[in-house]
Design a binder for this molecule. Structure first.
Ligand code: SF4
Ligand code: SF4
Ligand code: SF4
Length: 533
């Protein structure tokens, strides 16, 4: 394809503020000026209303460039639009860099009605710049196929998870995280309604997306009805017939994961890595980090999570034990969130790409630090019929294995600690002991369990970036209060999303400092205190 043709094929989305800049654009149209044909204009009320999810969405759909045009600083009719737009653009540009798409594909500018020529020059220049980077490697992700007979599929799902075995004892409803947070919600009633063919009932559909898939109900069920997995499979049927669920943050994280299904996308997932961390492409051990780098960028302005620390510190601990692992720059999301929000098709694409890349690296063992990634590799990939020519180990298991060989001690930790179990490790993988074994090796001032712990621990309030509502918040508040009740001053976590979600509640201005407690991932606590004896 010649250069001109490649340039002609570019797709550029222009988000244009209805106030000043639109007037400038209209003048270009009125004067029949040659607006580049690659540019498709979308009118918006204010540049500040274009969220990161909306800025990113065109890239998921295969756009080659996006320009956001607002009013200049001080000219915004809504006051802070220009500042918000600046922030959202800067964060989305950093995310494009991590994905390997190049930040230059997204530009923010401001034009007044008096400057149509400036706007035209900008558009021409942007098209040239995007042409120089080349077409986006992102292919529009597949839409889930609708089953020919949804009723038959639902029947199969009911049978697969043995939902008929329900004795109607109500233990699930009385233990359900959402019910305990005050929501009118009953997993048992929902299961009965679906068995009774009422999947189309609007309340049932709402409830299917509200479930946190935290698994307490399954843990308590005497008939072993695996309710979270039942819900997961029902969601897949709903997704194929009527689209999106109840996605938090405008569906940004779903978009991000689906974007990663493009095989040609070459990420720069680890380019932020500090120089002191040693890696080796010839190693037999590979470290799989997951999506934490994206969380740090996405939430940095209001939650300031330190989820990258858990990756850095996991790697430092591996180095401490002389493991210099392989890191895959084009590592993709494991697909956990897509699977649990019903997008099975794109989950499978991610799974295959990850397995292929790891197999090509020659690694014999993959160490995973994220609980969701761990469950996905150990349970969901094999259940999807995918073969993995490597073994998968959670970082806690690796650390316990190495530390138990002896010669390692821990510097005293001047903190009273408590621990937040992640649902994927504690309930889904029945791994409540490994973190506690490690905690018991530390030398904190004290370690006190929260009122609900281990398999009965309270959920961080959200899963798969779906269904976040006031009841999620109530759960988080309850959990943070339990942490404070231990008199602890450090809440140790094991999942990057627990960090994000609990921090979210902690920073609610209505609570002031009431819920604040220092939080750190277990790997970070260990990396800071470990020493050879
Ligand atoms: S706990 Fe199990 S058996 Fe009891 S109502 Fe719930 S699903 Fe049915
Ligand atoms: S998985 Fe959690 S939120 Fe969903 S029904 Fe069970 S206990 Fe309730
Ligand atoms: S709890 Fe906060 S961070 Fe988590 S999904 Fe809801 S709004 Fe987002």
């Amino acid at each position: 394809m010649g250069n001109d043709q490649a340039k002609k094929d570019l797709k550029i989305i222009l988000f244009l503020c209805s106030w000043g800049p639109h007037a400038a654009f209209q003048q270009l149209q009125d004067k029949d000026c040659r607006i580049p044909a690659q540019v498709k204009m979308v009118r918006i009320p204010c540049s500040g209303r274009v969220s990161k999810a909306l800025l990113f969405k065109p890239f998921e759909m295969g756009a080659d460039g996006v320009a956001l045009i607002g009013c200049g600083s001080g000219a915004c009719r809504y006051g802070v639009g220009s500042i918000t737009a600046e922030r959202n653009t800067a964060d989305t540009r950093r995310i494009l860099d991590l994905l390997g798409l190049s930040r230059k594909r997204l530009r923010l500018a401001a034009f007044s009605p008096e400057d149509p020529q400036g706007l035209l020059d900008f558009l021409n220049d942007f098209v040239e710049e995007v042409a120089a980077i080349g077409k986006s490697p992102v292919q529009r992700p597949s839409k889930p196929e609708q089953p020919a007979d949804s009723k038959a599929v639902i029947k199969e799902i009911i049978q697969k998870h043995d939902v008929y075995a329900c004795q109607d004892c109500g233990k699930c409803s009385s233990a359900c995280s959402l019910t305990l947070a005050g929501k009118q919600y009953s997993p048992r009633a929902m299961a009965n309604a679906i068995i009774g063919g009422k999947l189309d009932d609007p309340q049932v559909q709402k409830d299917v997306w509200a479930c946190l898939t935290c698994g307490i109900c399954y843990d308590r069920c005497p008939s072993a009805v695996n309710f979270p997995e039942f819900i997961r499979d029902v969601r897949a049927v709903l997704k194929s017939s009527n689209g999106n669920g109840n996605e938090a943050h405008g569906g940004f994280f779903g978009s991000l994961a689906r974007t990663m299904t493009s095989p040609e996308l070459k990420g720069r997932h680890w380019h932020w890595l500090p120089e002191d961390i040693k890696t080796d492409a010839q190693s037999k051990v590979l470290f799989f980090g997951g999506c934490a780098p994206y969380f740090d960028v996405f939430f940095k302005n209001h939650l300031a999570p330190a989820t990258l620390d858990s990756l850095k510190d996991s790697l430092r601990l591996l180095n401490f034990f002389d493991v210099h692992p392989i890191l895959l720059d084009d590592e993709r999301c494991c697909g956990h969130d897509l699977l649990w929000t019903g997008d099975r098709e794109n989950f499978l694409k991610l799974a295959k790409l990850n397995i292929e890349a790891i197999a090509e690296s020659g690694a014999e063992e993959v160490i995973v630090s994220c609980p969701e990634g761990y469950r996905t590799f150990v349970k969901d990939y094999p259940e999807a019929g995918l073969e993995m020519p490597f073994k998968v180990t959670h970082i806690h298991e690796f650390l316990e294995r190495e530390i138990s060989k002896g010669s390692v001690g821990f510097k005293p930790l001047d903190k009273k600690i408590t621990f937040q179990d992640s649902c994927r490790l504690s309930r889904h993988m029945e791994m409540t002991d490994s973190a506690r074994k490690l905690i018991n090796r530390l030398a904190p001032e004290s370690f006190t369990e929260m009122q609900d712990s281990g398999a009965g621990a309270i959920c961080c309030g959200n899963c798969g970036w779906s269904g976040c509502d006031s009841f999620s918040k109530a759960l988080q508040v309850k959990r943070l209060r339990q942490a404070k009740e231990t008199q602890g001053d450090l809440l140790v976590t094991s999942c990057p999303k627990c960090q994000v979600h609990l921090r979210c509640a902690m920073q609610d201005p209505f609570f002031g400092k009431d819920l604040e407690i220092e939080m750190m991932d277990l790997t970070s606590v260990m990396a800071k205190t470990i020493c050879w004896e």
